[in-house]
Design a binder for this molecule. Structure first.
Ligand SMILES: Cc1ncc(C[n+]2csc(CCOP(=O)(O)OP(=O)(O)O)c2C)c(N)n1
Ligand SMILES: [Mg+2]
Length: 382
């Protein structure tokens, strides 16, 4: 790592001066930034773990987890500019969404499908995060469609000369969809400011990598598109940041797309409805724990003297408080009103069509109105 520079150390804000080298200085990252990156990695894990508890307790219907992917997600997202660039995430992108500005409350209200859920007002399946406010395109259920959305955003950025970068993320299984070929080919030909992230966790539900990708490398395919393909250890937060930072620089310079394959591990079943012990051995699951980015990043920061006992205590307490607050908040939020069922699903103005009998107005909170709406929906089904 980099040679210690007094100015970098002073900038770091780290509590201890135990380390002779300033971790991250070669990447231009201060100690405060490293601590914030660690907070996000650990926060994403804590929110995720709480989601599983709530699912098993019968409070939320479905969890699709980012556990094992957090390091890659925080490292990569850190390289983008919040409020300027765009991300089209996927269902495991909890740490990505938190790093790009969504809050634990935003994540948790999506799990509860409350009226106040900013991702979709309770319309989408849990795990389909999105935020207009934070330039996060809503997750789509059909895997890989997000690549086309992101390439479209990159095309718009190029035409409008905004200097924005668009990034999308998916798993290695999804990278086999036809959409990926079409979008990547187009983005490469037109040198769009686009970054394609593949979080390769070795499985597409129960299908192992060898049955998804011949040669086991998605990054190698980049050559066929005439763009750089980079493979990075997804449990190494700083290596992920470095790879993404280079890709962002290329994109902003007009040099076109980059494909980054981050090798990660999936520490949970595919979802809360999956039992991975049916297709993964105990030995495999035990050995995969060594790829867990949370303890790995923590140890790296402790060894560098960046994460001191005091700093860790502060961060842990803030995370506990934040997860608790998000749970309480989401528990207390009302469900969407039935009379709003069609809102944000189809176009709200119905040009040249008769509006549907149940209306498209604001929720009245009137239970009689809700019954009428339910009746109208029922009638229209006959
Ligand atoms: C077009 C399409 N086909 C199939 C599915 C069902 N499906 C959901 S997730 C998934 C596995 C995706 O695996 P991968 O891309 O490796 O991502 P991971 O879940 O491992 O992160 C499948 C087949 C879907 N949602 N959309
Ligand atoms: Mg996968």
């Amino acid at each position: 790592m980099a040679v210690t520079e007094p100015s970098a150390k002073a900038k770091s804000g780290a509590d201890s001066d135990a380390s002779p080298a300033a971790l991250g200085a070669d990447l231009g990252l201060s100690g405060d930034e490293l601590l914030e990156m660690y907070r996000l990695v650990a926060l994403a894990r804590a929110v995720d773990e709480r989601m599983w508890i709530l699912n098993r307790a019968g409070r939320i219907p479905f969890v699709i987890s980012g556990q094992g992917h957090e390091g890659a997600q925080v490292g990569i997202t850190w390289a983008l500019e919040k409020g300027k660039d765009w991300i089209a995430p996927f269902y495991r992108s909890i740490a990505t969404c938190l790093t790009f500005g969504m809050s634990p409350r935003d994540i948790m209200t999506a799990q509860y499908a409350t009226a106040s859920d900013p991702s979709s007002g309770g319309r989408q399946m849990p795990g389909h995060y999105g935020s207009h406010e934070h330039n996060l395109v809503s997750v789509s259920s059909p895997v890989a469609t997000q690549l086309l959305h992101a390439v479209g955003l990159a095309l718009a950025a190029k035409i409008r000369k905004t200097g924005q970068v668009a990034l999308t993320i998916m798993g290695e299984g999804s990278s086999n969809q036809g959409d990926v070929h079409e979008g990547l080919n187009f983005a490469a030909i037109h040198k769009l400011p686009f970054i394609f992230i593949v979080e390769n966790n070795g499985y597409a539900i129960s299908v192992p990598l060898a049955r998804q990708v011949a040669g086991e490398s998605v990054a190698n395919r980049a050559e066929g598109y005439g763009i750089p393909g980079v493979t990075v250890d997804g449990s190494d937060v700083l290596a992920c940041y470095a790879a993404a930072r280079d890709a962002v620089a290329r994109a902003r310079a007009g040099d076109g797309p980059t494909l980054i394959e981050a090798k990660v591990t999936r520490l949970t079943g595919h979802s809360s409805d999956d039992q991975q012990t049916k297709y993964r051995s105990e030995e495999e699951l035990t050995s995969e724990k060594s790829l867990d980015p949370v303890p790995k990043f923590r140890q790296q920061l402790v060894d560098a003297g960046v994460l001191t006992p005091d700093a860790e205590e502060r961060i842990d307490a803030a995370i506990k408080e934040s997860v608790h607050d998000a749970t309480e908040y989401a528990e207390a939020q009302p469900d969407p009103h039935p009379s709003t069922a069609m809102k944000w699903v189809y176009a709200e103005d119905w040009p040249s069509e008769t509006p549907p009998p149940w209306g498209l107005g604001e929720a009245t909170g009137d239970p009689a109105g809700a019954a009428e709406a339910a009746e109208a929906i029922d009638e229209s089904a006959h």
